[in-house]
Ligand binder design. Sequence first.
Ligand code: 5AD
Ligand code: SF4
Length: 481
Amino acid sequence: MLNTKEKIIDESRQGEALEGRRLPKSNGRKVFIESYGCQMNFSDSEIVASILQKDGYGITKLLHEADIVFVNTCSIREKAELTVRKRLTEYNKQKRKNPKMIIGVLGCMAERLKSKFLEEEKIVDLVVGPDAYRDLPNLVEEVDGGRKAVNVILSKEETYGDIAPVRLGGNGVTAFVSITRGCDNMCTFCVVPFTRGRERSRDPNSILQEVRELSLAGYKEVTLLGQNVDSYLWYGGGLKKEFDNLSEEEKKTSTNFAQLMGKVAQVDRKVRIRFSTSHPKDMGDELLHVMARHENICDYIHLPFQSGNSRVLEMMNRGYTREWYMNRIDAIKRILPTCSISADIIAGFCSETEEEHQETLSMMEYVRYNFAYMFKYSERPNTMAQRKYEDNIPGKTKQRRLAEIIELQRGHSLEILKKDIGKTYEVLIEGVSKKSDNELYGRNTHNSVVVFPRENYNVGEYVMVTVESCTSATLKGKAVK
Ligand code: 5AD
Ligand code: SF4
């Protein structure tokens, strides 16, 4: 077992191994990066670490030895922002002990609040939006010179495609690879189009290269990330265009998401491929057929529906109806009969009636999700919904509707997992169980967590596990030789 310090050095070497380069001479300063929110934020922090490492900074997991603290923030719901503000208060205490410490805010909150952050939160020295990370070394220099630094310029081209991320998550088994940045969908409830800017796709060659390097470094699972992976379209760079708007030449050389998945799956058959997030308006049958053809693409789709009612979906500007969504579910069940499906659901969006809420519940009955991420609607400043609609569902009603959704989902999850008892699944071992050192955990192709006795198995191995029991969130079993 490595101790924490050795582990940090070891992890920073992964970046070196991936790029086949030596690290530049250390400048003696250490950076602590903390990430909140979606997988994309965690992936971005790995890009930030890479940019800083190239400039001679060390990356540490120990707050007390950090010269610089970066918080990569989330704005998706009010609660996420409150959590970050609390953390900043903690850092403030740390800074009193070590006045030279630099505190920077990265990500969506930085982009949303911009320089307001410097005025409101006196302890922040640096505010950097998601497209300005290459500028971080210069911005730190500015702070060294006694100034506060802000760069929140959004880009139409930046994909960080040439940057080999330093893997911070640290199990050496599973990794995220971002394939698009930004979002053009403009769901009325969502801040992401404002904080992450316009949608751009990354060069498929740089994606394939990154996956190859991960495979060489021993990784066994790659998750391709984008706000809407289905609208991935590479035709030579720049802002997203619809396929129909490409020139004949661009059409011939373009790559869509289904084609990208086919290529990524062939890099290494021992590397599992996952992806997130799919959008019901764009998810076509071509992708489902590619998934059916490649065994190492996991049998799992995250397909948020947000609401089961067409009027609410229209107000949300989701670009599909209840019937369209059901049609996509039917296509999944037809082409990938065993595919597990998860969703995002919002309870209590503006003007949602009791009957409309019932349609969300009936959609859950129709699909029977393996699991779901369930939220109360949280009004976000400057979104279309905030400007156009009244947030008029009382807090208590939102809470009750959410509780009904959670309760129904718990039942469905349990029912679906119970059907797995007696079945044997290939599980990729991700780590030692939090509850017991004698147990390991991993996930099966359906993204269900599977816990089983450790015996002589190791993290990073594939093992066949027969399921013996379950809760609504976890399968328990035993490895079979
Ligand atoms: N309120 C509640 N949930 C939201 N989401 C996005 N914006 C909001 C909001 N304002 C949820 C959606 C999305 C997921 C990432 O977060 O369900 O799919
Ligand atoms: Fe937000 Fe909609 Fe884009 Fe998802 S698809 S990031 S919910 S705007």
